[in-house]
Design a protein around this ligand. Structure first.
Ligand SMILES: [Zn+2]
Length: 263
């Protein structure tokens, strides 16, 4: 059930059917090599949520791309939001979702650059009392019935590579420019800060150091079949996580208990 497709009259019933769960498709607008569209993550997040909600009914929030992508702002078409605004906007969005009765807010992240942000955002839910819970399902990528695990041909694959190219071939093939895929190893890490990474030291500029053209991997072995298998696998794993979230009463109870002690 997409939020924007519902009428106001239908909305309360949708909240009931969804057992108060709202899926927040979390993405960004950024360069994806030479061959994939700027909205690649947005399309992936949207499709993932659609498939998950087919397995476990939920209300799907409209595409949400006001997230962390500062590291791609040197490339045309990238849309970056200042850090303070990312957090306050997201807080506001969650409050509005909850005010509409959807008190279990589930972030479905389709952009690797948000990995730190989503965990930090979950942690700062403890800053003040609230009548909702934010969940971040991150089930293991390889599952028992995984059809995708064995099929990937490339070892380096992080951005616009074999996986993301396969996903887009499965869902938006007309937007994939296979003829623009480089064959000169452009997607391999440059290793310009390798000495720090090798010692486990993190710096924000690491991604730019390795992948200044926003391409990590090799999209050439990508196929629509691989992308379809990935979506099937991933949406099943997320639907299982969602069932557990629907059954969960403890997070809210413990959150309330915590705030009663904080005062
Ligand atoms: Zn992406």
């Amino acid at each position: 059930m997409r939020w924007e497709d519902l009428t106001g009259d239908q909305f309360p019933e949708a909240v009931k059917q969804a057992e108060s769960v709202c899926l927040l498709p979390f993405s960004c607008i950024e360069r994806h090599g030479h061959h994939l569209p700027l909205g690649t993550d947005m399309f992936i997040g949207r499709e993932l949520c659609r498939r998950v909600a087919e397995l476990e009914p939920a209300v799907i929030f409209p595409d949400y791309f006001f997230t962390q992508i500062l590291e791609a702002r040197h490339t045309p078409g990238t849309f970056g939001i200042q850090p303070e605004l990312i957090i306050s906007l997201l807080e506001n969005v969650c409050r509005e979702i909850a005010r509409n009765g959807l008190t279990k807010i589930v972030i479905i992240n389709a952009h690797g650059g948000n990995d730190h942000l989503i965990n930090y955002f979950a942690q700062i839910q403890l800053a003040s009392r609230r009548d909702y819970v934010v969940y971040i399902p991150q089930p293991a990528y390889v599952t028992e019935e995984s059809a995708t695990a064995a099929q990937w041909e490339t070892v380096v694959d992080g951005h616009a590579g074999e996986r993301e190219t396969s996903m887009l071939l499965a869902i938006r093939p007309a937007l994939v420019k296979l003829e623009s895929l480089p064959s000169d190893g452009e997607g391999m890490p440059l290793g310009r800060l390798k000495q720090l990474g090798d010692q486990g030291t993190y710096v924000g500029i690491w991604w730019y150091a390795d992948h200044p053209t926003h391409y990590c991997g090799d999209g050439r072995p990508a196929t629509a079949e691989k992308g379809e298998a990935w979506f099937v696998d991933r949406s099943r794993a997320l639907a299982r996580a969602l069932r557990t979230i629907k059954d969960d009463k403890d997070s809210r109870r413990l959150q309330d208990e915590f705030f009663s002690k904080v005062g």
